[in-house]
Each structure stands twice: as C-alpha cells, then as structure tokens.
Design a protein around this ligand. Structure first.
Ligand code: NAP
Length: 531
C-alpha cells in the first residue's frame, strides 16, 4: 500500500500544529515531520509536536520523523549528535518511523545508537535513505541491496534527481523488480511521473506538499494536484497510463481534460504530462523505454511541440500503422499502443481545425471550394490546417518567416507562398494564424497589424491561450467573423479521447476543464501555452 505523505516543514511548534491540521484536512495518509526545518531544534520541542499530533490523530496516521543532514537536502545544518538525539526521542514519543541517512548509518557508532533505540521501541521502524540531488545513482539496484544488507529490517529510500524523463526508468524498474516496503522515486520536473506511478507500482510512500510554498523537494506535487488532477485515489496496479509528450509541458491543459473525462466515464486510466526534452534521439529513447516495459501499462499519447514529426518518423521506423492523413500532413499528434505493443498514429489537429472553421463560418465543407485562405506559419499546426483546406479545394497562400519552410509546405500541398512582409497586401476570405505570435504571455503581440485586416475576412487564431488573442480582438473591432483556437483545441481533445477510450467525452466537461485550466494559468506568472 502506498501512503500519500505530507511533509511538515515548520519553523516552530505553532506552525507545525497548523500544518498538521491542514495536512489532515487535505487527506494526508502519513505525515513526515521534517525536524530539520525547526528553528532552535531540541528533543523537547520535537517530543511535544509528536505528542500533540498523536493526541489529535491517534494511530490512524503514521508519522515519519526526519532530521535531514544538510548534505542530503536538510534545511538547517544541525550537528549529527543532535539529529540522532531527535530521532531517538521521536521513537520514545511514539513516532512509527524514523528516517536516517544510509551514509551516516554506515558509521558503526551511529548504527549502534540507532539500533539500540529501535530495539527499545515497540513499533518504531527505520527508513534508511539515500538522496542524490544532482543526478541519478549509478546502480540503484546495488544501492538498495547495500542498504538492506546493512540492516535487513530497514525500509530503503532511494531518491534522485531526474535530469531527463528517461532517467526515471531506473527508479521504475527498481520498484517493478522488488516488493514490500521500499521508497523509490525521482525529483525535479522530469521526475514528476515517477511520483505518481509509485502508487501503481506499490511504492511505500509518495510525498505531496500542502501547497507549492511548503514543498520540501524539487518537483514535489501538491496534495490537491495528486488527488484532483492525477486521480490519486483511483490509481491501482491495473491503471492504464496515457500522457502528453512535449516540451515544455508543465502548463499543459491536456491532463486536466483527459483525467476529468476518464473520471467521468469511470475508466481506470490516468493521463500524465510527459516532459520529453531534446529532439528525435530523446523522443525515440523515451518511446523505447515505454514500449520495452509493457508492465507500466502505457496505452496512448498526445504529442505536441516539438515532437509531432519525430512521432511520425518513430512510428514509421517501428512499422506501425499510420493513418494516411497523418502521413500526408507529415505530423502525428496521437499515438496508441495496442495489446501486442504495436503502434498506431493519428492526427486529430486536421479534423479539430476543420470542424472549428466550418462551425465558425457557418458553412459546409463544400463551401470551402475556391475560397481564398491566408495561412500564417508553416509548422505542425499549419501543415494540418493547410492539408484540410487543400482537401476542400480552397486557394491557399502560406506566409512564413522562414522562407524555405514556407516554400516546402506550399510545394507539398500545391499552394502559393509569400513572405511575412507581403501580409500588407493580403486579400483573403479566411485568415488563419498558425504561429505562436500572441500566445500567453506575449498577449500584446499579433502576427499581422490591424490595418492589414479587412472587415469581410473571417479570422481564425489557432492559439487558445488566451482564448481571445489581440489578433481576434482587433478583427472583432473591424467587424470580422472570428474563430478561437479554443474551439480547435476542444475538438481535437474530443477526438483523442475517443481514440483513447472508444467512448465520446462530454463536450461540456472538456470545455469546463479548459476554461478552469486557463483561468488557473492566468493567475500564474510563469504560464506558457502548450497542450
Ligand atoms: P511549430 O511547429 O513550432 O511552428 C511554429 C510556427 O510559428 C512556425 O511557422 C514559425 O515560423 C512561426 N513563428 C514562431 N515564432 C515566430 C515569430 N516570432 N515570428 C514569426 N513567426 C514565428 O508549432 P505548431 O505545432 O505549428 O504550433 C503553432 C501554434 O499553434 C502554437 O503556438 C499553439 O498556440 C497553436 N496550437 C493550437 C492548437 C489547438 O488545438 N488550438 C494545437 C496545437 C498548437 P518559422 O518557420 O520561421 O520558425
């Protein structure tokens, strides 16, 4: 059983009391009293906090007491003797677990003292921990064996910084190959998935903070994120995994949408943000890591910037099935893994964009024949949009900053190319922004000055954060019909959900998740747009 554990990182007893109350009401399943955060640390203050906490929570919530060495991520640099005194006193006061550093436990006299204290405690258990804040350990399996050989009754805790999502697989393998009480996960944004997957693989503990201000380690999620966003309570060994592969990905709305919709249809599925930094090599390594570990239970992915073309090439390389449309567009935004490990690739941007255009212009597909369309941009989204418009026989001109990229796209779909300067003379029934210009946080930018727009144009901005970009605001002021990227985003998410589950998602729930997600992001300074 995995315990969702909240660290109590308070400066004094009063603060500790408040944090413990907050942890209890947030749904903590275990507390970790990080006594190295206490100012003027003494055995008495620790004893009092434990006794007070126990009088409130009884035995229903176990307590880990830690007094971390500064070298292993401790807050205040207390001497080893005091730190050991605190742990010994914690056992006497009724703490169920004490956490001591393996590298200090190796020293015979330290080991002797802790062993004696444990032998005098009725229920106290020892967590022997090893942390690496810089990188992964060379051999986590050997480290775990060294820890448990030194003290067979210890619960080993091995935690390291993942510098890339691909670093997480050593930790996940270790959990998969072992059983019983062991704590293994990765820190940092790249390590996020390991903190959640711990529950599927029956790790003993995963840590969550009460809020982002009280996090005690890099990449620690809040309990609210665990429970509401990542469906913590419903994760079990049979949970199937999905996720969005991209970089950056921290502010993606896709986990909120898909997890809400999975919960709505009561599916034992979980959707994660998968930060895959780097290019094709890192993407391929990630996919190899996933596909060589069917026990992880990954079944499907959304793919976003910058990996849509890498995804297509990878599925081709693996002789997977590629929807002809995705091949023609040259980009994939959805991958499924079947029960034999085979890959299937799709592009839902095409249909998402086309449905948004037809609904926004209130026309049928046939009405697109011979309309003039100006597409700004030549990246993955532009390719999907141009493919759709070209199939409907619209007359398209592509405007792009990088001439070669624009010309290539124009040649692929037999349309015209013009430079961004030529937008001053643009004449089009439909103008579409497929660049990131105007995207949050650069909301005062627009890809085309207002004076170049014409009142008879329909203007579609594929950006969905903000839902109304400066381009759309100015177009509205001129009397143009406008279409928001939010409509395209909702459409493509609905199509992906159908591919993931075979079931339709509730469009109102998808819209609500996006709106709440955008509102949440607008309140954060470091927000960025990515799906
Ligand atoms: P991409 O492949 O990286 O392409 C980006 C395009 O934007 C390129 O044509 C690039 O021009 C152009 N560009 C970027 N910054 C520019 C600048 N400062 N000046 C001029 N041109 C610039 O990205 P993508 O996957 O196509 O995504 C593009 C946008 O679509 C995203 O920003 C996102 O907001 C939106 N999007 C919307 C949805 C939705 O469902 N609504 C889904 C995915 C993406 P160069 O070729 O010269 O680099």
């Amino acid at each position: 059983m995995t315990h969702l554990t909240i660290p109590i990182a308070a400066k004094n007893q009063d603060e500790a009391k408040l944090q413990i109350e907050a942890a209890l009401s947030a749904g903590a399943e275990m507390l970790e009293l990080r006594t190295d955060y206490l100012e003027n640390l003494s055995t008495d203050s620790v004893k009092k906090i434990i006794i007070d906490a126990k009088s409130e929570i009884g035995n229903r919530l176990p307590i880990i007491v830690t007094c971390r060495d500064k070298n292993q991520g401790g807050a205040i640099d207390y001497p080893l003797k005091l730190r050991m005194d605190v742990l010994v006193e914690a056992l006497k006061a009724g703490a169920e677990y004490i956490d001591f550093e393996y590298e200090n436990f190796i020293v015979p006299e330290n080991r002797g003292r802790i062993r004696v204290a444990l032998s005098q405690s009725l229920k106290g258990k020892l967590i022997l921990s090893a942390h690496n804040f810089a990188a992964k350990f060379e051999n986590v399996g050997a480290l775990l064996r060294r820890i448990t050989t030194l003290y067979t009754a210890a619960i080993p805790k091995i935690v390291y910084a993942a510098n890339h999502i691909n670093d997480c697989f050593d930790a996940l393998d270790l959990l998969h190959k072992t059983s019983g009480e062991r704590i293994v996960f990765c820190m940092g944004q790249a390590g996020l998935i390991s903190r959640v997957i711990v529950k599927k693989l029956d790790g003993f503990v995963t840590f969550a903070s009460i809020d982002s201000e009280t996090a005690t380690a890099p990449g620690q999620l809040t309990i609210e994120q665990f429970k509401n966003l990542y469906r913590y309570d419903s994760i079990n060994a049979a949970t199937e995994l999905y996720g969005v592969i991209g970089s950056p990905i921290a502010h993606s709305l896709s986990p909120a949408i898909h997890n809400a919709c999975f919960a709505d249809i009561d599916a034992n599925k979980l959707y994660l943000p998968l930060l895959v930094e780097g290019g094709a090599a890192e993407f391929e390594q990630f996919m190899r890591n996933i596909t060589s570990r069917p026990w992880l239970g990954f079944k499907g992915f959304s793919v976003t910037i910058p990996h849509k073309e890498n995804a297509l090439n990878y599925v081709i390389q693996k002789n997977g099935v590629i929807e002809p449309l995705a091949k023609r567009i040259g980009a994939v935004n959805t991958i499924l893994i079947d029960k034999n490990g085979g890959l299937k690739a799709y592009n839902t941007d095409y249909a998402g964009a086309m449905d948004a255009i037809l609904a926004g212009m209130d026309i049928t597909r046939g009405d697109l024949r011979n309309i003039t369309a100006a597409v700004i941009g030549a990246g993955g989204v532009a390719r999907a949009v141009v493919a759709g418009l070209s199939d409907a026989h619209a007359k398209i001109t592509i405007y792009n900053r990088t001439v070669k990229r624009g010309e290539t796209l124009a040649a692929d779909f037999d349309c015209d190319f013009a430079t961004l300067d030529e937008l001053s003379r643009v004449e089009a029934d439909l103008l579409i922004n497929c660049t990131s210009i105007g995207m949050h946080p650069n909301i005062n930018e627009t890809p085309i000055p207002k004076e170049y727009l014409k009142a008879n144009m329909t203007v579609f901005d594929t950006i969905y954060n903000p839902a109304e970009t400066l381009l759309l605001k100015q177009a509205k002021e001129l009397g143009c019909k406008t279409i928001s990227g939010m409509d395209m985003f909702l459409n493509q998410a609905l199509l992906q959900f159908k591919l993931f589950t075979g079931t339709d998602a509730d469009p109102a729930l998808v819209r609500k998740s996006v709106i709440e997600g955008l509102w949440d992001k607008d309140t954060r300074a470091d927000s960025a747009d990515s799906i």
